[in-house]
Design a protein around this ligand. Structure first.
Ligand SMILES: *Cc1c(COP(=O)(O)O)cnc(C)c1O
Length: 360
C-alpha cells in the first residue's frame, strides 16, 4: 500500500501534555497544575459571554475591532498593530508559520514553553534549544546560537516553569543583539504578575522585528475560552493577519475578552492576592528547606533534593487531593511547579508540604 507522506517534521511532533485535572475517586480536587486564576473568570466576562450567546447564529466580527480598541485604550497601544488569536498559542503559531519553514532555525531556551517545539515542527522548521544559566535566560547563549538559518527567537519572559524574569537591561541587550532580519517574540503571558514589567511592549512598539504576545488565560481567568493577542510592527501584523482565519474568534470569545480587559479593578485585585500568597508560599518553602527562585508569575518552581524526593512530595499532594505539575519534561526532574492559589488553597499546600516533611 502507498504511504501518504506528511510534511517534514510533522511526525517528529510530540503531543503537548497539559496539566492534570482529575484524581481518580476524588471530587474535592484542588487543581494547581495549570496556572489558572484561583478566583475563576472575570465576572464581567461571564455576563458578557452569556449576553453574546443569544447571537450565536450570527457570524463574528472578522476584524476584532471592538476587542482591539479596548486593548488599545487600556494599554495605550495602537489598535491597528494588535492581532488576536485563539489563545496566545495561535498568535505564536501565526508568527512561526509566517517567518519560518523547512531548513530554517528557531531558537528557544531550555526551559521555555513546551509548546514551542510543537509549533516549530508544525512549520517544518528546526528547533534550536539553548541552555539557561541557573534557571535564567542566558542572553549570550541565545546570541551565540544565531546562524544564517535563524529566522525567529522565541523568548518566554517571565519564564515558565522557572518563574524568573530577564532584567530589563538584559532584555534590552538581547533586543539590540538580534539582527533586524530575525524576529524576536517576547511571550509575556505572565506580565500582569511581574512587578514593574511592561511585557516588552516598549520594544514591540519601536523595533521592526519584535512581537509581544499576551493572554487572557492567566490573570483574566479565561483559559477555557482561548483568547490571546500580539502587538508588534504594522508590517508584521499585516503579514500575520493573512494567516489568520477570518472567523478565528467567536462572538462569545470577543465579548468576554472585551469585558475582561476593561475590568482593571479585577486585575488589580488578582495581582494583590497573587503577590500576598506567592510571598507566603515562598516563605513557607524556605522554612521547609525547599529551594525556590523568586517568582514573577502566578506559580513557583519548588526544587527538591532529587527526582525521588519530588515524586514523594507529589504523592503527598495527590493523597491530599492537590494537583501540581511535574516538570521533568521541562528539564526539572527534581521540580514541582505549583500554581499560587487563594488564601485557603495556599494554606492547604503549605499544610501538605509540612506534613510530608515531618513524616520523612
Ligand atoms: C499559559 C501560557 C501561555 C498562554 O497560552 P494561551 O494560548 O494564551 O492560553 C503562553 N505562554 C506561556 C509561556 C504560558 O505559560
Amino acid at each position: 500500500m502507498t504511504q501518504i507522506v506528511p510534511q517534514p517534521g510533522i511526525m517528529d511532533i510530540e503531543l503537548y501534555v497539559g496539566g492534570k485535572s482529575a484524581i481518580a475517586g476524588r471530587t474535592d480536587v484542588l487543581k494547581l497544575s495549570s496556572n489558572e486564576n484561583p478566583l475563576g473568570p472575570v465576572p464581567a466576562s461571564v455576563t458578557a459571554a452569556a449576553a453574546a450567546a443569544v447571537d450565536m447564529h450570527r457570524y463574528p466580527s472578522t476584524d476584532h475591532a471592538g476587542l482591539r480598541t479596548a486593548i488599545g485604550e487600556i494599554w495605550g497601544l495602537e489598535p491597528a498593530r494588535i492581532i488576536c488569536g485563539a489563545g496566545s498559542d495561535e498568535v505564536l503559531q501565526f508568527v512561526v508559520q509566517a517567518y519560518a519553514g523547512e531548513g530554517d532555525e528557531i531558537i528557544h531556551t531550555a526551559h521555555g514553553f513546551s509548546l514551542y517545539p510543537v509549533l516549530i515542527r508544525m512549520a517544518s522548521a528546526t528547533p534550536v534549544c539553548v541552555p539557561e544559566a541557573e534557571r535564567r535566560v542566558d542572553v549570550d547563549a541565545i546570541l551565540g546560537a544565531i546562524t544564517d538559518r535563524t529566522k525567529i527567537v522565541l523568548l518566554t519572559n517571565p519564564g515558565n516553569p522557572t518563574g524568573t524574569r530577564l532584567p530589563d537591561a538584559e532584555l534590552a541587550r538581547l533586543v539590540d543583539g538580534i539582527p533586524e532580519h530575525i524576529v524576536l517574540v517576547i511571550d509575556a503571558a505572565y506580565t500582569e504578575y511581574a512587578d514593574g514589567y511592561d511585557g516588552g511592549v516598549s520594544f514591540a512598539a519601536t523595533r521592526p522585528n519584535v512581537l509581544m504576545t499576551r493572554t487572557f488565560s492567566k490573570i483574566y481567568g479565561l483559559g477555557g475560552l482561548r483568547i490571546g493577542w500580539g502587538y508588534g510592527p504594522q508590517q508584521m501584523i499585516d503579514v500575520m493577519t493573512r494567516l489568520r482565519q477570518p472567523f478565528n474568534l467567536s462572538t462569545v470569545q470577543l465579548a468576554a475578552a472585551e469585558a475582561a480587559v476593561r475590568d482593571t479593578d479585577w486585575v488589580a485585585r488578582c495581582q494583590a492576592l497573587n503577590a500576598d500568597q506567592r510571598a507566603r508560599l515562598v516563605g513557607a518553602l524556605g522554612q521547609l528547606g525547599i529551594a525556590c527562585d523568586p517568582s514573577e508569575t502566578n506559580f513557583v518552581l519548588a526544587r527538591f533534593a532529587d527526582e525521588a524526593e519530588a515524586a514523594s512530595a507529589e504523592a503527598a499532594f495527590v493523597a491530599d487531593g492537590i494537583l501540581i505539575r511535574r516538570v521533568t519534561g521541562y528539564g526539572f526532574p527534581e521540580g514541582l511547579r505549583i500554581t499560587v492559589g487563594d488564601v485557603d488553597q495556599t494554606g492547604r499546600v503549605i499544610e501538605t508540604l509540612t506534613r510530608w516533611r515531618n513524616a520523612a
